[in-house]
Design a protein around this ligand. Structure first.
Ligand SMILES: Nc1ncnc2c1ncn2[C@@H]1O[C@H](COP(=O)(O)OP(=O)(O)OP(=O)(O)O)[C@@H](O)[C@H]1O
Ligand SMILES: [Mg+2]
Length: 241
């Protein structure tokens, strides 16, 4: 929003990424510049194959650019070694995807707890288990799933699975949430419900969110839209924001 002071959270400069498959080089990002402020909800749109997921993965340190720099809270992150990137991602970045990626054998609350269970030693988790369970319940309440704690993914609707995935992404209290087509597998109404949840997390908790979407109606719910065309950014409605 125009009234928010622009305190940069993520700044990506001149990002290039080419995939190589044998002798074939597929240039995808050809000098992308984008920054996201603390407290902003930004959408990324662009045609299929334009590099939206690629860009999101680079911002989330799941992959590294061939050229350019990415800074997070003023620190360069694109050149960190794998271990450093893992720590950064675990502590500060939450990720959600189109197909939820929940573990089928775990209940909703166990899925939400999975990241902290993985992160801690058995003893470390055991010592804090009540605190974490309370936090997981509170997060599931926040996304409207307080009544579905013990349901497994197959016993949940698509929208409920995505809301579980959002709660899971927030268990470590990240500063940035990256969402790749979070409504892409849902009907319009359910998708709008997910957008409402994201918007509420953004306004109530100040969570910064970058959301990739195909859907112009969903993109319009963001503060600002970044449009990827031909491997570069066209900022669409910045002047209007
Ligand atoms: N690991 C890979 N190896 C080779 N090419 C890849 C790889 N990942 C993606 N690509 C190619 O890079 C291009 C960009 O892919 P990307 O997934 O970022 O697009 P997208 O904008 O997210 O598309 P969609 O809207 O369909 O999800 C595509 O042409 C894709 O085929
Ligand atoms: Mg994609």
């Amino acid at each position: 929003m125009s009234t928010k002071p622009f305190q940069p959270l993520v700044v990506a400069t001149n990002i290039e990424k080419t995939y190589r498959k044998g002798p074939v080089a597929v240039p995808v990002l050809k000098g992308v510049d984008m920054s996201v402020a603390k407290g902003e909800l930004v959408s990324i749109i662009g045609q299929s194959g334009s590099g939206k997921s690629t860009l999101l993965h680079l911002l989330g340190t799941l992959d590294r650019p061939d050229a350019g720099e990415i800074h997070f809270e003023g620190n360069r992150i694109d050149n960190l070694a794998a271990a450093g990137r893992d720590v950064l991602r675990n502590r500060y970045i939450g990720l959600i995807f189109q197909f939820y990626h929940l573990l089928p054998e775990l209940t909703a609350i166990e899925n939400v707890l999975a990241p902290v269970m993985i992160r801690h030693s058995v003893l470390g988790y055991w010592a804090k288990r009540r605190e974490y369970r309370e936090r997981a319940k509170e997060l599931l309440d926040t996304v409207g799933l307080g009544h579905r704690l013990n349901h497994k993914p197959r016993e949940l609707s698509g929208g409920e699975m995505q809301r579980t995935a959002i709660a899971r992404a927030l268990i470590a209290d990240p500063k940035l949430l990256l969402a790749d087509e979070p409504t892409g597998n849902l009907d319009r109404e359910t998708g709008e419900g997910i957008l409402e949840v994201l918007r509420r997390l953004n306004t109530e908790r100040g969570l910064s969110i970058i959301m990739v979407t195909h859907d112009p109606a969903i993109a319009a719910g963001a503060d600002r839209t970044v449009n990827l065309v031909g491997g570069r950014v066209h900022t669409a409605n910045q002047a209007a924001a």
